[in-house]
Design a protein around this ligand. Structure first.
Ligand code: RNT
Ligand code: ZN
Length: 419
């Protein structure tokens, strides 16, 4: 079988070489692009703050597939299993509710780096970086559906303190691990029905964010990102942190802007925003997700939009300016399989983009030879990229083809089903 993998790879390589693609270089680049795995796929965004796992804030995880991680140790064990099925460089993206409080409730305005010390020790062992998120949902101070934009200053201040502390935790990750941590601020604030004042909450949000970001932190350790949204459950009519709001904010304050695939109109795609924003912003964060009719956070599949996102990064050489994070949560299938499927797909999309003879395509376009452009793009779909993928997995000691599923099934029987 190994011989077949190598042989198929050589044949594939020849086909790509004829188009001027350097396959070895493509694989070298592919391996180094970090993909940040979101810890919250492992337990349906429950976290370990308390026994109450009620998810509020217009996001929902459905499904009750057995075996979800019940504590940080189990989550780390599951993540390690996922790592063994996914080739290439990874990071892990944590939310504040994934703290370890040793059984004593620690509220969001009290969190400290020490609550994440085990995560950091583990990340060191794994040789990976961590990213972070304040958790501004699933909390009693969010009962009105407003947080940083709340009219009551004491509620705003509670959340401001949470974000400030989150930034210190993120900085701690960067310092300890030597890899800058990206901290993404997402709030669900909005109204179910027609607002009377669209401006007031936005003014308050701007002021709150300014207070949150007051302290300058070295980007070597920590970077701030802000994530917009169009609507959520319970915020159908108005979301305070809209795209325009955060685009303006990121430009003014020089933060990263986070684009989530599910946070725009159903036919609007984030791939088409990357090039434009790259002219104005130094860095972007992506939340690669899959909206099905709404912001449903389905597991990422290898669809046209995923390919387009990867093409934009590769074609414009944005490797150092686009941070790829995943954001989906499906509780109806094995959660490790969800990570494996989604993350492998993200990396497959990057491989496909790296194997593209972009120069030929651009030359055809510039000569207004759109026939060649379309013909080549379509033929490339049936080029033997999968032989390159298999070889890449094999070379990295990662299960080839569907073999990873067997491993998940075994782990499910031995570990997850005993929970
Ligand atoms: C919600 C946002 C946000 C969350 C995570 C859990 O619509 O996409 O990024 O999914 O913070
Ligand atoms: Zn998101």
């Amino acid at each position: 079988m190994f011989k077949n993998i190598e042989q198929s790879f050589q044949i594939a390589k020849e086909a790509y070489t004829k188009l001027g693609v350097d396959v070895d270089l493509a694989l070298e680049k592919l391996d180094l692009i970090p993909i940040s795995l979101h810890c919250w796929q492992g337990d349906d965004v429950g976290g370990f703050e308390s026994d109450s796992k009620e998810l509020t804030g217009g996001i929902a995880s459905t499904g009750s597939y057995p075996g979800k991680a019940r504590n940080a140790q189990e989550l780390r064990q599951d993540l390690e299993k996922a790592f063994s099925l996914i080739p290439g460089k990874i990071k892990v993206n944590l939310h504040a509710i994934y703290l370890e409080n040793e059984g004593t409730f620690v509220d969001r305005d009290q969190i400290e780096p020490k609550h994440f010390a085990n995560w950091v020790a583990w990340a060191k062992e794994q040789g990976i970086g961590l990213d972070f998120n304040p958790t501004i949902f699933s909390h009693k101070n969010f009962d009105d559906g407003l947080s940083l934009s709340h009219p009551d200053a004491s509620i705003r201040n509670f959340w401001i303190e949470h974000v400030k502390r989150s930034r210190k935790i993120s900085e701690y990750f960067g310092k300890e691990l030597g890899i800058s941590s990206i901290m993404n601020i997402w709030i669900p604030d909005g109204f179910k029905d027609l607002p009377a004042d669209r401006l007031g909450p936005r003014k308050r949000l701007k002021e709150s964010l300014d207070a949150c970001l007051e302290e300058r932190i070295d980007p070597k350790y920590h970077k701030d990102a802000v994530e917009s949204k169009l609507f959520g459950i319970g915020s159908e009519s108005y979301v305070v942190g809209s795209h325009e709001f955060y685009m303006g904010y990121a430009l003014e304050k020089k933060t990263l802007l986070c684009l989530d695939s599910g946070h725009f109109h159903p036919t609007e795609v984030i791939s088409n925003k990357i090039s434009a924003l790259s002219l104005y912003l130094d860095e972007l964060l992506l939340h690669v997700s899959r909206p099905v009719r709404w912001d449903s956070d389905h597991v990422v599949v290898l669809d046209d939009e995923l390919l387009a996102i990867a093409q934009e990064i590769v074609r414009h050489n944005l490797f150092n300016r686009i941070n790829i994070g995943l954001d989906f949560f499906d509780g109806s299938i094995n959660r490790i399989a969800a990570w494996a499927i989604g993350t492998r797909n993200m990396r497959k999309a990057l491989l496909l983009a790296l194997l593209e003879p972009t120069k030929i395509l651009v030359e055809a376009e510039q000569a207004f030879d759109f026939t060649t452009r379309l013909a080549l793009l379509e033929e490339l779909k049936s080029f033997p990229w999968h032989a390159v993928w298999d070889y890449y997995c094999h070379k990295n000691g990662i299960p080839v083809g569907l073999n990873w599923l067997e491993e998940v099934k075994t782990y499910e029987t031995l570990v997850q089903k005993t929970r």
